[in-house]
Design a protein around this ligand. Structure first.
Ligand code: ADP
Ligand code: MG
Ligand code: MG
Length: 529
């Protein structure tokens, strides 16, 4: 390894250690960075912010925390919050404990100090069978409905909401490259490099995907770049990389993303020695990808570029889907057109040039399970030289082969996902979807409730001292872009791109920072003048 790579790796490992240790990696100036504006400066925001209970008190992490603090000032409300938390806990209890916790939970509701809750339970019991899932979901909505009434109104007149507005003002501050420290290059994309970076305010590590303005312009990639950004903003799943910030520099547009330290699945399939991936790893990764795709589809996004290189591992061994550059938003009829994807992985209906919907991603999942198992993609040998046309012909006509690497259930799920006709493919018949795929024998060891709560232990943990990417010197430098000049007309596009912090990831990062105490009149910028 060259000295340059060693130095870059050392710096990255040091930053990563500090970033993982609570608050260690942040700048000495973090207090300045996160300084609250005076409450009088929040007036405009106060008048314009949408007063939506779910957005303000459930979905936004800081909003949720402050609403909870508000509720803690009144025992009656605190009790309702406790019940909500008990329900959330119950949903992720393991099967062996389910029965006991179920009885405990129902008992808590039956003996609740709140007559509203007791009546609710009474009503549910009268409705006949006490199906736990129905019970939880109706209690859930009833509690939120109650909280979204008078308590939500009172909250908006409290100091807690003022503090929320102060946080929102910090969230909306412009973001520039000065908010981050930059580390080594992790990989190379079509429009620029991806580097590791660290938030100065909190020490949290991210990946910064740079899109060089001149390269974007030369390739006419403006629409594509905006779409990638818009889709990333729209989704929020532990199985898809999150977008935390966008900003621009003189030369580049930057997407600040969840950093994935564990390498991509292509690396783990092909570059980790001769053995193949254990079946439990294949199942685990397939299950997490399945949940990620399900999330995208629920948000009307079709991914279209499933392949091992686009599935990244984090330091704990969980995966996320990355590179949403080819993803598309589905219109009303849920169908799109376009021969888009990577050669060898495109579904037959894409190759054929017809319109298609989310079926193409279930095909992609079939390709992925196949490749993780066989150590080669279904229609091509590893590194086989073959023309694009021949490869497409195989996809349309050839039936993939199964050798002894495949046990019965793995072969069965691959065959069902690789059905040439999307109408016959698993998960694609009308009214079907991720659920039928989850209940296939292949996934019998996966508890999807726990998996989706992030509570299943990954079968493989990447080495925390390793850097799972190529040496710095092996990643080619970009050539300078000649003959492209940026002008006024490009500014509108940059402005649409450069919107700063993205609410949920930003609040998740900032939430752990100590805010000045809220109840003292002297707390910074609070006293109303
Ligand atoms: P492009 O859309 O231009 O292909 P990608 O999103 O695929 O760009 O990123 C290029 C490369 O950068 C990837 O192949 C991977 O090696 C690395 N990379 C991308 N995103 C991340 C991330 N979130 N964490 C770590 N490495 C990443
Ligand atoms: Mg890519
Ligand atoms: Mg891309």
């Amino acid at each position: 390894m060259e000295i340059e790579t060693m130095a870059a790796n050392c710096a990255l490992l040091k930053a990563r250690d500090a970033g993982n240790a609570y608050r260690k990696g942040r700048s000495r100036k973090w207090k300045e960075i996160l300084h609250f504006p005076h409450i009088n400066q929040c007036k405009e925001l106060e008048n314009s912010i949408e007063r939506d209970y779910y957005s303000l008190c459930v979905n936004q992490p800081i909003g949720k925390q402050l609403f909870k603090l508000f509720c803690a000032t009144e025992p009656k409300l605190q009790h309702l919050i406790d019940l909500l938390e008990e329900m959330a806990k119950y949903e992720v209890t393991t099967d062996d404990l389910k029965k006991t916790s179920r009885d405990k939970l129902i008992n808590k509701f039956k003996t609740s100090q709140s007559s509203m809750v007791r009546e609710m339970v009474h009503k549910e019991m009268q409705n006949g069978n006490l199906n736990m899932e129905n019970f939880i979901s109706s209690c859930h909505s009833a509690l939120h409905e109650y909280l979204s009434g008078a308590p939500f109104s009172e909250y908006q007149n409290s100091m807690y909401f003022d503090r929320f507005l102060q946080w929102k003002m910090v969230e909306r501050r412009p973001v520039t490259q000065d908010n981050f420290r930059e580390y080594r290059i992790l990989g190379k994309g079509g429009f620029g490099e991806v580097c590791a970076c660290q938030s100065r305010a909190s020490g949290k590590m991210y990946a910064c995907k740079k899109l060089v303005k001149k390269r974007v312009k030369r390739q006419g990639g403006e629409k594509m770049v905006l779409k990638e950004k818009q889709i990333l903003e729209r989704v929020n799943s532990r199985f898809v990389v999150s977008l935390a910030y966008t900003y621009e520099t003189k030369d580049s547009l930057c997407l600040v993303l969840t950093v994935m330290d564990g390498g991509d699945l292509g690396f783990h399939i092909y570059k980790m020695g001769n053995q193949k991936l254990d079946k439990n790893r294949v199942q685990f990764y397939a299950a997490e990808v399945l949940c990620g795709l399900d999330h995208l589809h629920k948000h009307n996004v079709v991914y279209r570029d499933l392949k091992p290189e686009n599935i990244l591992l984090d330091y704990e061994g969980h995966i996320r889907i990355s590179d949403l550059g080819l993803a598309e938003i589905l219109p009303e009829n849920k169908l799109v057109k376009g021969r888009v994807g990577t050669a060898g992985y495109m579904a037959p209906e894409v190759v054929a040039g017809t319109s298609y919907g989310v079926s193409v991603d279930w095909w992609g999942l079939g390709c992925l399970i196949y490749e993780m198992t066989a150590k080669k993609p279904p229609f091509r040998n590893h590194k086989e030289q073959i023309s694009k046309k021949d490869l497409e012909q195989r996809i349309l006509e050839k039936v993939e082969l199964y050798d002894k690497m495949f046990d019965e259930e793995t072969q069965n799920i691959c065959q069902k996902l690789l059905a040439k006709n999307p109408k016959e493919r698993l998960g694609c018949r009308s009214g079907q979807g991720a659920e039928v795929i989850k209940s296939h024998q292949f996934f019998k060891n996966i508890n999807f409730t726990l998996l989706e709560a992030g509570m299943m232990q990954p079968p493989f943990i990447p080495d925390p001292r390793a850097i799972y990417c190529d040496d710095v010197s092996d990643i080619d430098q970009f050539a300078a872009v000649k003959g492209v000049t940026l002008d006024e007309a490009d500014e509108a596009f940059y402005a649409e791109f450069n919107t700063g912090s993205v609410t949920v990831p930003w609040q998740t990062e900032a939430k752990d920072e100590p805010a000045e105490p809220i109840l003292s009149k002297s707390s910074a910028g609070y006293e109303k003048l």
